[in-house]
Design a protein around this ligand. Structure first.
Ligand code: Z5A
Length: 200
């Protein structure tokens, strides 16, 4: 089973993923927690390029790097873990590519969809939590942090990403659960658990 977490930076994905992992492990489930881009040495190396390269990276080069990191992660880690019965929790997956490279950077959505399909071999998450947060609150939570290359993309870019996530979630209401991420960490965690309980 694959459960993914989506949302803009600061929406609480990492925090909620950790809490869900603890909850599932306490109930005896084997859980693998990973992040995108990353999760393997190869994909973490690509992450460095994507987030910290000082050279200007074109939108299509950026798209293909995300997909390359994902293709490796899916083949070497996610698919084998699912086959052996683990629950895989992934901090971001292909919905992020649609939101950031598609809606954000403006690459035609059909092109992004096709690249997503190539990278995942058609693997679709069982459940996706979209942690919905507005830009002001996101900025507030991240204000003391140093911003990486993508975080420096400007408010218009992030407004398009937020709009993109809303459309992506609207198109797949059975898979994508929209969670109000503006509440407390505890309240958000309970909302997530209540959905997960139904599919265990
Ligand atoms: N990207 C892309 O463009 N295309 C793709 O295909 C993929 C990714 C896969 C990866 O960044 C970047 O790559 C990302 C999208 C792009 N760039 N942006 N922007 P990352 O992995 O380094 O980081 P992130 O995914 O953007 O998330 P983050 O900054 O780590 O935030 P988060 O995981 O959503 O939140 P958090 O770390 O759990 O919480 C952030 C802070 O808020 C922390 O201090 C918490 O204690 C606090 N927090 C969390 N929840 C709450 C609540 N409920 N109330 C108050 N405070 C809270």
């Amino acid at each position: 089973m694959l459960i993914t977490f989506e949302g803009i930076d600061g929406s609480g994905k990492t925090t909620q993923l950790r809490l869900l992992k603890e909850y599932l492990e306490e109930r005896g489930r084997k859980v693998i927690a990973i992040r995108e881009p990353g999760g393997t040495v190869f994909s973490e190396n690509i992450r460095e390029l994507l987030l910290y390269s000082e050279e200007n990276i074109s939108p299509r080069a950026e798209l293909l790097l995300f997909e390359s990191a994902r293709a490796h992660l899916v083949e070497t880690l996610i698919k084998p873990a699912i086959e052996e019965g683990s629950i895989v929790l992934c901090d971001r997956f292909y919905d992020s590519t649609m939101a950031y490279q598609g809606y954000g950077r403006g690459i035609p959505l059909e092109e992004v969809k096709s690249c997503n399909m190539t990278a995942t071999g058609g693997l679709v998450p069982t459940l996706t939590f979209y942690l919905k947060l507005d830009l002001d609150e996101s900025r507030q939570r991240a204000k003391y942090r140093q911003h990486d290359r993508i975080e420096q993309s400007g408010n218009d870019f992030f407004e398009r990403v937020i709009e993109g996530f809303a459309k992506i979630a609207e198109a797949e209401p059975r898979r994508i659960i929209v969670i109000d991420a503006s509440g407390s960490i505890g309240a958000t965690s309970i909302a997530i658990r209540n959905h997960v309980k139904r599919i265990l």
